[in-house]
Design a protein around this ligand. Structure first.
Ligand SMILES: [Zn+2]
Length: 240
């Protein structure tokens, strides 16, 4: 009688396949807590923020004078070597769309009952360059928006704001009535526009805010529209 033994490579890949998805995305050594992408230690070290409770905060300050927002909110401070950097890296570069969903949902639980959230008509993820999205297989901001939507019940609108793939594309130009910003990078699909709506732009990390400013200005081209901004993290230069 002869047993068919799996090869060492098969055993190894089985082992990795069994445990890899449950490893902490920040330290890669400890198992992640149930329902989280972090282990207990890294979870405790997360640079959390309650800035979303305050009308003026790091998000609104950074966009001040450039994009008029109803409110701005973020859940984490992002700085190098913090656990949130590991999570954002995995979300963007290591095929882990589930992290966007998990963190978006967690944040959504905190902000769903805030009064400023009650008037929101839709969550608009910042569109990725279409080529980049094809390569990555998903748009990380859309996954975060999906998590926020699962917690708040507010629908995700991916049909309203579009990013041009090629600025000289005539087909795309015809599909879009106008581009509201100087760069002409983002535009509104006017057929889907909702006048007087309040939309929340969703992105992973707020750095200079240039992209959010362009997207927000494009949305504000729709008469009577209001814009707010929600990001998972705000990039900080120093650790405090
Ligand atoms: Zn960890």
């Amino acid at each position: 009688m002869r047993f068919i033994m799996p090869s060492v490579a098969e055993l190894f890949s089985g082992f990795i396949g069994l445990f890899y998805p449950n490893l902490c995305v920040a330290c890669h050594s400890e198992p992640a807590k149930s329902g989280s992408c972090f282990c207990m230690v890294c979870f405790g070290k997360l640079p959390k923020s309650d800035m979303f409770l305050y009308p003026e905060n790091e998000v609104t300050n950074r966009l001040w004078g450039r994009l008029p927002v109803q409110f701005g909110a973020s859940r984490y401070y992002f700085y190098k070597k913090s656990p949130i950097q590991g999570a954002m890296h995995a979300l963007k570069y290591r095929n882990r769309p589930d992290i966007g969903m998990l963190l978006g949902q967690e944040f959504g639980q905190h902000i769903k009952s805030l009064p400023q959230f009650l008037s929101v008509d839709g969550l608009i993820p910042v569109p990725l360059h279409p080529k980049k999205e094809r390569l990555r297989g998903y748009n990380q901001s859309e996954r975060i928006a999906a998590g926020l939507s699962a917690a708040t019940g507010i629908p995700v609108r991916t049909d309203l704001l579009v990013r041009r793939e090629n600025r000289s594309s005539q087909t795309r130009k015809k599909r879009m009535a106008r581009f509201g910003n100087a760069e002409g990078l983002y535009g509104i699909n006017e057929g889907k526009a909702l006048q007087g709506g309040h939309f929340v732009l969703v992105d992973d990390v707020l750095t200079t805010g240039a992209t959010l400013e362009m997207c927000g200005q494009a949305i504000l081209d729709i008469p009577g529209t209001k814009v707010s901004v929600v990001t998972l993290a705000v990039a900080m230069k120093t650790h405090f």
